[in-house]
Design a protein around this ligand. Structure first.
Ligand code: ADP
Length: 192
């Protein structure tokens, strides 16, 4: 089993690259943003609580996303490996993930960290907001709040995995295919 964290700020291309990576490596895609949006569309109590937090550009509570990931891991016992996208976003989430994987006798193989300038992130997110229907994408102050949450709470996740030498930084600007090739090359080195 080979598990990957695709890491990077909002708008860095995690969703786009995840689709290509899961198709190539047969991984199960676990995106907490997608799981939360599914809860919102079903109007569950969890979804209703999460929506107002997401619309402010803040992080939903650790317990909520950890529980969602724990259930998703249990629901996919046959997976070849998992691709985590948008999770973990805090050190508490990282520690919880490490424990959950350990219980399944597995671990994170690599953290692929996409690097994109702030100017480019805002540009991409505003563009995505024109078509995505995501209420957190069409307001510049919400976008700035998400980037600021990322800087203050999420960048430390990379430090957590750096201790174990698991982090690789990838240039997240260029064509989708160029970035995908860089990601694949890092994964292939570790699989062989
Ligand atoms: P993006 O990476 O573009 O911000 P996501 O779809 O990953 O988009 O996340 C959208 C929102 O969902 C976040 O701004 C946050 O409010 C919430 N969210 C997603 N994943 C997590 C997480 N692991 N912890 C806390 N909040 C999360």
């Amino acid at each position: 089993m080979f598990n990957i964290i695709l890491f990077g700020p909002p708008g860095s291309g995690k969703g786009t690259q995840s689709e290509k990576l899961i198709a190539t490596y047969g991984l199960k895609h676990l995106s907490t943003g997608d799981l939360l949006r599914t809860e919102i569309s079903k109007q569950t109590p969890l979804g209703l609580e999460a929506k107002s937090i997401m619309d402010r550009g803040q992080l939903v509570p650790d317990e909520v996303v950890i529980e969602m990931i724990s259930s998703a891991l249990d629901a996919n016992p046959q997976a070849n490996g998992f691709l985590f996208d948008g999770f973990p976003r805090t050190v508490a989430q990282s520690e919880a993930l490490d424990k959950l994987l350990q219980l399944k006798n597995t671990e994170i193989g690599v953290v692929l960290a996409l690097e994109v300038s702030e100017e480019e992130l805002v540009h991409r997110l505003l563009n995505r907001g024109l078509t995505s229907g995501r209420s957190d994408d069409n307001n510049e102050s919400v976008i700035k709040a998400r980037i600021s949450e990322y800087r203050s709470k999420t960048t430390v996740v990379a430090d957590h995995y750096s201790q174990f030498d698991k982090v690789v930084h990838i240039k997240g600007e260029g064509t989708v295919d160029q970035i995908f090739a860089s990601l694949c090359s890092e994964i292939d080195q570790r699989l062989s």
